[in-house]
Design a protein around this ligand. Sequence first.
Ligand SMILES: [Zn+2]
Length: 415
Amino acid sequence: MKRYKAVLFSIDGLGDHPVEQLQGLTPLEAADRPALNALAKEGILGIVDPYAPGVPCGTDTGHLCMLGYDPYKIYTGRGPIEAMGAGLELAAGDVAFRCNFATVDGNGIVVDRRAGRIREGTRDLANVLDGIDLGDGITARFAPATEHRAVLVLRGPCLTARVSDSDPGGKNEGKPAGLVSPLDKSEEAGRTARALQKFLDLARKRLDNHPVNKKRVSAGLLPANAVLTRGGGIMTTLTPIAATYNGLKGAVISGEATVLAIAKMAGFHAATHASMTGSYDFNPIVKARMALDLIRNYDLVLIHVKAPDLAGHDGRWDLKKETIERVDSLVGTVRSIVECDTYIAVTADHSTPCRVGEHSGDPVPSLIWGPGIRTDSQETFGERTCAKGGLGRITGNQFFHSLLDHMGFMPKFGA
Ligand SMILES: [Zn+2]
């Protein structure tokens, strides 16, 4: 069977609701999008529920669905994905937590969950918390992430993520940092809770007199004198993409640590560039060039663009329309530079409607274009035309399988 290559665009948070100021069109429908419309005319459209109708996925679970995984079976919390994103190596059985550097007063009351949104010195602070032996065969790895965020990984025998958060949460400043407690009666939960609390107590001691904090206090800034934990998850091993889909070799291009971490977990090559900020200022040329480079050696190249999601969170339908127009130019450039029998697919990890300002459970507009595609009667790419497309309403897994089937990588079901 002949095999084909494909470029898959993941346009973060693409789906939206009708916007009054756009005469009832969605930002996608209102955008000038000649490249996407050309693919829609010659391709097949569909409306895709990343996981299932009405389930608002996160960027992490949405991408797991997009790549053929079932997050309900493998997803145990954001900790491991964040930890990989921060550059830590994880092994199966490790338990990882999302952390904040925080400011706590002498009575253990959280004054600021983000330590004055500390940006500088977090690497130095993290260094005194990394590699701590917590006894019982458990060691702690600790690494800074962006701004006040950090990650903690506990490694040792018989650990679990079934322990409480020490982070009191968003609006609870003025409350004490939580003591970590086991969430069930298992030996593992007790053991993990003890180790984690020991780490947090040690962190208080080591951070209190740290030179970075002394400097902050003398400058009138809040010290980062405590660590708060949340989002614990146990590292599971994903079946590599190649093992499930006939040796498929994939690469992911993204500026977002979460997406790159998922790519690595799934056995994709994770490619990024300093110019990829995961922000509004994405550079279509760098992404297109990198895709052209990678498609020579990989069967599937996924290009992730974050900006439309940010605009959705910010409630900026005007910016969302504009970023989609820039995505359109990226799609057009990629189409013009890849081999003509390369499939092009477009989908998203979830909808982020501007009027909601959050991820919603709405399905996302999607398309597949390439050799032998059964076209449908739709000629433009939008939420409403996709709902009438030939792929129908399918899940993220089914969309991925449809693309892989065209590419010749889908294993046959039966004899
Ligand atoms: Zn997302």
